[in-house]
Design a protein. Structure first.
Length: 78
């Protein structure tokens, strides 16, 4: 799901690893960050609050936040 969002909304293509820093990996400025957050919320039907966003540094952190919000299994947030 995250790879699809990155490709469709951020025009990013490549492999994604849990330890990748989001800002650098996806070249996120404030507008691209907002685009990512909105796309994640829409795709996974969750709402990320400021505390969630502040704790997300890597792709793995984002996956973990999605899982927590959804109460999902690991495969759901891939």
């Amino acid at each position: 799901g995250i790879a699809d969002i990155a490709a469709n909304h951020l025009d990013w293509h490549g492999s994604i690893a849990r330890d990748m820093p989001l800002l650098e990996a996806f070249d996120l400025d404030s507008l691209r960050q907002l685009t990512l957050v909105v796309a994640i919320e829409d795709r996974f039907r969750i709402r990320l609050d400021e505390q969630d966003e502040a704790s997300i540094v890597t792709v793995g952190d984002l996956v973990d936040a999605i899982r927590r919000k959804r109460g999902a299994t690991p495969a759901d947030a891939r």
